[in-house]
Design a protein around this ligand. Structure first.
Ligand SMILES: [Zn+2]
Length: 494
């Protein structure tokens, strides 16, 4: 008996020694920071396609430029995470959830370590259903598979890497689109029976313009990943601009997000060689109330594509000018945290429900505008369960950089507040991440009214932005405290 046990113990010890003797070699390979990047083409293959991003239906018959999922995978030996950005406008949580589930099953990156978002190009196929507007399940499948493919390839491309972060202001391309107007400048809203205090996208150059109702965030933040011998692997940028547009609606396009990526890839990408392709990415910051129109001093009307290319050129130029001064480092650790937050949805008043029903019933005799019909339909759907939404919120830490993720069209003032109060040395927020729940005005902006606060374009409770921000700060604290402090983040907190 004694003998038997000792032999077993010896065998176990021998086995442990065998395995542990192989681990130093594995450690040498896997220790230290690694990064990989890839993209997957998600341009539709069947035409025509219904596009998102407008009230009236629009059919596209071709692609002006390709649509992609662009992804990076990061690994510090302990934590592995993926960030994927999809050329689309509004992507439902269910689609992201399914794509993440497949990634986890295929390559083992946990679903809650994947931050996936939409750029917000308005010239992309519908990827979710809206009342009266169905998406094409075949395209939804193609997009989900694109997310899986891009992350899987990026994971395969992992190699020892260095991380750097940069920031440059491009204030001239961002404008707050909500304006206080002089008397007579805001039209009453007959459906809601309200008079807003601010007007969204007022007529450009109007004499009735008073002042913008909120700030802009001029910062272009970027993450640079490169190999240990200095070859660029990926550049992930973030800018708080809705989209640019000016793209003829008969074709799909990745808008300035795609053009920015093409310009950066051309400028920084290594030529030839057998290395994985360098991938540039533009993620959307907090741009729910920001667009590219100069309301006070309107520009001359642009040719199709002209403005989109000009904006991409200026933003990419600012990044490539700043790039040489970025300090890259090897000693980078990672962390990512996720929390689910349940929020109430807004409910219509009984009077509004009655008005919507009456208007829809009388539609044959008195036809409604596309917009009025949409608001009436959405009013009725908000009167039906579910009366809550469960949102996925995330914060990641790459070295001393924080990246927050919120699934709404977030107002710039919320993003600025997160940047200001984050415990990390530098932070940016990716919006439209991990789902889509319409606009996210602050309570202050709700009180001013306007398009983004309207029941239907807005679905979450009035306090949603504050509740979301509180969770984001908890998550940023969490990923920060797990990490090693850098001199920069220390200095910031002193
Ligand atoms: Zn939009």
């Amino acid at each position: 008996m004694m003998m038997k046990i000792s032999i077993r113990v010896i065998m176990v010890v021998v086995l442990i020694c065998l395995f542990s003797s192989t681990s130093p070699a594995n450690d040498a390979e896997s220790s230290g920071f690694r990064a990989g990047a890839a993209k997957a083409d998600i341009t539709p293959t069947e035409w025509p396609v219904h596009m998102v991003g407008s009230f009236a239906p629009r059919l596209a018959h071709k692609a002006w430029d390709p649509l992609y999922v662009r992804a990076i995978v990061l690994d510090d030996g302990n934590t592995k995470m993926a960030i994927a950005v999809v050329d689309n406008c509004l992507i439902a949580r269910s689609l992201f959830d399914e794509a993440k589930r497949r990634v986890e099953k295929n390559i083992g990156i946990p679903a809650d370590h994947i931050m996936a978002s939409a750029t917000h190009t308005h010239t992309a196929p519908r990827a979710r259903d809206f009342p009266g507007k169905k998406s094409d399940p075949k395209y939804v499948e193609q997009m989900m598979q694109g997310i899986v493919e891009a992350v899987t390839k990026a994971n395969r491309n992992l190699e020892p890497a260095e991380f750097g972060r940069g920031s440059v202001d491009v204030p001239e391309e961002v404008f707050n689109r909500r304006w206080f107007m002089k008397p007579g400048g805001v039209n009453p809203n007959p459906f809601f029976g309200t008079i807003d205090k601010v007007r969204m996208n007022p007529p450009r150059g109007s004499k009735l313009l008073d002042r913008p109702a909120g700030p802009t965030d001029p910062e272009v933040s970027f993450v640079s990943l490169r190999s240990v011998d200095g070859r660029p692997i990926a550049l992930l940028a973030n800018y708080s601009l809705h989209y640019v547009g000016g793209i003829p609606p008969e074709g799909v396009s990745a808008d300035y997000f795609g053009e920015f990526a093409r310009l950066i890839e051309k400028k920084l990408g290594a030529k030839g060689g057998t290395h994985p392709e360098f991938v540039a990415i533009m993620s959307n910051g907090t741009s729910g109330d920001i667009n590219n129109y100069n309301f006070r001093h309107p520009r001359k009307p642009a040719e199709p594509f002209q403005q989109m290319r000009a904006v991409a050129g200026r933003v990419a130029g600012a990044v490539t000018d700043t790039y040489p001064s970025v300090k890259h480092r090897r000693d980078v650790t990672l962390d990512i945290a996720q929390k689910k937050l349940t929020l109430n949805k807004r409910r219509p008043t009984p009077e509004l429900v009655a008005r919507a029903k009456k208007m829809l019933a009388a539609e044959k005799e008195s036809p409604m505008s596309v917009q009025a019909k949409l608001y009436a339909t959405r009013t009725l759907s908000l009167n039906e369960p579910p009366f809550t939404e469960e949102l996925i919120l995330q914060a990641a830490r790459i070295g001393d950089l924080g990246v927050a993720a919120i699934p709404c069209e977030v107002f710039a003032e919320t993003g600025l507040d997160i940047k200001k109060k984050s415990p990390l040395a530098d932070t940016f927020t990716i919006e439209l991440a991990n789902g889509h729940y319409c606009y996210l005005p602050t309570p202050r902006q709700h009180a001013l009214g306007g398009y983004e606060t309207r029941l239907g374009t807005n679905i979450l409770e009035i306090e949603a932005s504050e509740k979301i921000k509180a969770v984001i700060f908890d998550l940023l604290d969490k990923v920060n405290s797990h990490g090693v402090d850098t001199p920069e983040s220390d200095a910031k907190r002193q």
